[in-house]
Design a protein around this ligand. Structure first.
Ligand code: 26V
Length: 796
């Protein structure tokens, strides 16, 4: 097939793959067969630019970027690839002639849910932008057999079941048997002729599975290389022949555990040995592969910082520092000082959270047992830093018999970055205040972004078509062009069409909510959406308490001038995070009560579709009027959902937290519903004993809402499910739900009034879209290329 296929070519190739790759005739083909045939057809078109890019980078001996991440939350791949190749119209035509339903085929693909939330989805957006910008790069991760758990609700409570995306052929990957590396664990370290030799006690093989990630216009594709764990010996033939079949399979089972399942983001789980092994497995495989490629192109290791830029996505791969030093010293005979210098010139670290429970620490005992040589090197790095930096006593990598991975990552990094302007300032003034004083030029900011290909062009065809007609289609590859929309914010004809596009998306979602949940969502009501992981700091509790208070107010005055509202929630709680699970239960309980109330049901509905994931976000974001970004100020590092909503024309109700601050600066304070304490105010208030009680006593609405929960109004008269939640809210409330409640409730009423002025609302929506160009991940990646990686796009 030519690089520029016609609809007829696509049709021919689909039929070819159905027959020759899937081995099916048209009369027997299932949706699955067709999807694979379509996927192989698209994949063929990606392979050519992919190989050309790999060759070009190798021939030029170009610098490469390596993005090391324990999570890549990719979602579905087919729709995105079709869009990036510019084949959406031709594919529609081809599928139509085959009598196939495109939506059904796209929906058949399971989400690659190899991540928990923001951090993993950011990695996926970055991979796409790296390709769109033709920056030679590889992403390294783990090929988890089971991604993030599936969520169901039973009697309103979260139940987790395993996710099994690889339980069927995965058409996007290529296995590379020749790129297999042995990864050791445990054992002991011996000194031979003054050199350390590590004799691992266990080992597994890391095998590469490559997925091409195609960029905008299909001109460049980088590789996402995921490592699968395999046994060094397949099975114990001796035991098998002796009849002990289960025991014979042990080596295989043990190795496979390493890439079996993604850890759910959960502070309480962080002590697990398996997690440390997974982190080392990813890092060690990636570094062996990076050095292999480097040495195939260059023979002088001192060129490393010039040719290799490694980005650590949070501290999860922070063992890369000691591992690189180990390889340079133990395998290549370099001295420690030189190895340290080269490693620091190569590694960079992104911090994604300030929450103390999410900062990784490993006991020196565990580290020493699982990675004995690395523990020695960590000590050497720490000693060196103590001597060379003149740091204060209390600063260090090894403290209280624990290895502080944040300190290790910082000390080993050329650059450390935060993910929004506010977050970066807080990184400087809180977690890394001491290290920042010692290394004042090391911390930089790179505000997050999202890819407009997936999050606008693909997920919102109605708005994309309007944008194309109004300002041309250049915005997809250059989101700043959305500025050209600015004059149309005062064009009544444009605003009508914008309104119609949003309404069409709402009708589509409304149909889905009715079919899936039985919730009746009036497309003319405000669609108010909060979708993200369930966490106390994100304050879904504040949102549901507002719903209760509003419900009560409507009851008191059913004929009042209310603005109909549909509140939509989505998100998973970590399986061990009890309080977050209680909030899920409460939302479902409140929904069950409110949705059936004949007095209020036309004015207030609550929908909580289970199993929120990337694909669900693609349906919800385009249909939202109001984006809930209501975290306690100072707690959300950036947020990226906030950006997706803004570029899809939802208005934000939000705090001055994370990237909300920059979103508000860009869209204009008049086009953003701000409420709540600032980060400074929140820190001060939190320190005042009894702050929650005082706030509750001052707010009749809040008191009444809490009272209803306490009386069991939503739980069949039983109050016990919510005792602890209420107790924490009254007596502790570290995330200041109570103190921000009145301002939030009042601001929501301002939202109600603003929504009733339909033209005014549409105008604000248009300005949000027009001014959202900054939040493209292309802009973010350009920032990393310039400030951190010092790399130019290929050929420039
Ligand atoms: C912690 C742990 C602990 C052990 C088990 C697995 C696990 C996985 C993840 C984490 C920390 C997650 C940090 C995170 O997702 N941060 C989010 O990063 C986004 C991208 O920068 C940012 O937009 C969000 O504000 C931030 O919460």
């Amino acid at each position: 097939m030519t690089q520029f296929p016609s609809a007829q070519d696509l049709r021919d190739q689909i039929l070819y793959h159905l027959t020759h790759t899937q081995g099916r005739g048209t009369e027997f083909a299932t949706t699955f067969d067709w999807r694979l045939a379509v996927s192989y057809t698209i994949r063929d078109l990606i392979v050519t630019p992919w190989m050309a890019g790999i060759r070009a980078a190798r021939d030029q001996g170009a610098k490469r970027v390596y993005y090391l991440s324990m999570e890549f939350l990719i979602g579905r791949m087919l729709g995105d690839a079709i869009i990036n190749l510019g084949l959406d119209d031709l594919m529609d035509e081809a599928l139509e002639t085959l009598g196939l339903d495109k939506q059904e085929i796209l929906d058949d693909e399971p989400d690659a849910a190899l991540g928990n939330g923001g951090l993993g989805r950011l990695a996926a957006c970055f991979m796409e932008s790296l390709s769109s910008l033709k920056c030679p790069a590889l992403g390294y991760g783990i090929r988890y057999e089971h991604g993030l758990f599936r969520q169901r609700f039973e009697a309103g409570q979260q139940v987790e079941t395993p996710e099994d995306w690889l339980n069927q052929p995965h058409p996007w990957e290529f296995v590379r048997l020749d790129y297999s590396f042995t990864i050791g664990f445990k054992g002991h370290v011996e000194t031979v002729d003054g050199r350390a030799v590590w004799h691992p006690g266990e080992s597994v093989v890391a095998r590469a599975y490559d997925t091409p990630v195609i960029g905008w216009k299909g001109e460049w594709a980088n590789t996402l290389r995921l490592w699968g764990a395999h046994p060094t010996t397949l099975f114990d033939l001796h035991r098998f022949n002796a009849g002990d079949h289960a025991a014979a399979a042990e080596p295989e089972a043990l190795a496979r555990t390493l890439s079996r399942v993604l850890y759910p983001d959960d502070g309480t789980e962080s002590g697990k040995e398996l997690r440390l092994k997974q982190e080392y497995f990813l890092t060690a495989a990636a570094l062996q592969d990076i050095l292999r490629r480097f040495l195939a192109e260059h023979d002088d290791l001192s060129l490393l910082p010039e040719k290799v830029a490694i980005q650590l996505n949070d501290t999860h791969p922070a063992i890369a520092g000691p591992e690189l030093i180990r390889l340079l010293m133990d395998d290549h005979g370099m001295d420690f000082a030189r190895a340290l210098e080269l490693a620091r010139g190569t590694l960079n670290y992104t911090n994604h959270t300030l929450l103390p429970e999410a900062l990784e620490r490993w006991s020196t005992w565990l580290m020493g047992r699982v990675l004995p040589r690395h523990m020695q090197i960590i000590q050497m790095i720490d000693d060196d830093h103590r001597k060379t930096s003149g740091r204060p006593q209390h600063v260090g990598i090894v403290r209280h018999d624990q290895v502080q991975m944040g300190e290790l990552a910082f000390i080993m990094a050329g650059r450390v970055n935060g993910v929004s302007a506010l977050h970066t300032e807080l990184v400087k003034s809180t977690v890394f205040a001491d290290l920042h004083k010692l290394h004042p030029d090391r911390i930089v900011n790179e505000t997050n972004g999202v890819t407009p290909r997936r999050w606008l062009r693909m997920s919102n065809p109605a708005l994309s078509a309007l944008l194309d007609e109004t300002i041309g289609d250049g915005w997809t590859g250059d989101l700043d062009q959305l500025q050209r929309l600015e004059p149309f914010a005062d064009d009544a004809g444009f605003l009508d069409r914008l309104h119609a596009a949003k309404r069409a998306n709402k009708v589509w979602l409304s149909d889905g909510l009715l079919a899936g949940l039985g919730v009746k969502a009036d497309p003319d009501a405000i669609f108010d959406v909060q979708v993200k992981r369930i966490h106390e700091y994100k304050r879904q509790l504040l949102n549901i308490l507002e719903a209760i208070a509003l419900w009560r107010r409507i009851h008191d005055d059913p004929n009042g001038d209310w603005t109909p509202r549909v509140k939509i929630f989505g998100g998973k709680a970590a399986p061990g995070y009890w309080l977050a699970k209680t909030v899920i239960h409460l939302i479902n309980d409140v929904a069950a009560t409110i949705n059936t109330d004949p007095v209020t049901r036309d004015l207030l509905q609550i929908a909580y579709p289970p199993n929120y994931n990337v694909s669900m976000a693609e349906d919800l974001v385009p249909a939202a009027d109001l984006s809930e970004q209501i975290s306690t100020a100072g707690k959300e590092a950036s947020g990226t959902g906030n950006m997706k909503f803004t570029m899809n024309g939802a208005l934000t109700i939000g705090t001055l937290d994370g990237a909300n601050v920059e979103i508000r600066d860009h869209v204009g304070a008049g086009n953003f519903f701000l409420f709540g304490l600032t980060a400074d105010e929140a820190d001060k208030l939190r320190a005042i004993p009894g702050h929650a009680r005082a706030a509750i006593e001052a707010s009749a609405d809040l008191r009444a809402a809490l009272q209803m929960v306490a009386e069991g109004r939503f739980s069949g008269g039983r109050a016990d499910p919510y005792f602890s939640l209420l107790d924490r809210t009254w007596n502790d409330d570290p995330f200041l739900v109570t103190s921000d409640f009145d301002d939030y409730f009042g601001t929501q009423r301002t939202v109600d009034a603003a929504y009733r002025d339909s033209a005014g609302w549409d105008r604000m929506a248009a300005l949000n879209i027009a001014r959202s160009g900054f939040f493209s991940s292309d802009r973010t990646i350009r920032g990393y290329m310039r400030d951190i990686w010092h790399i130019a796009p290929i050929g420039s």
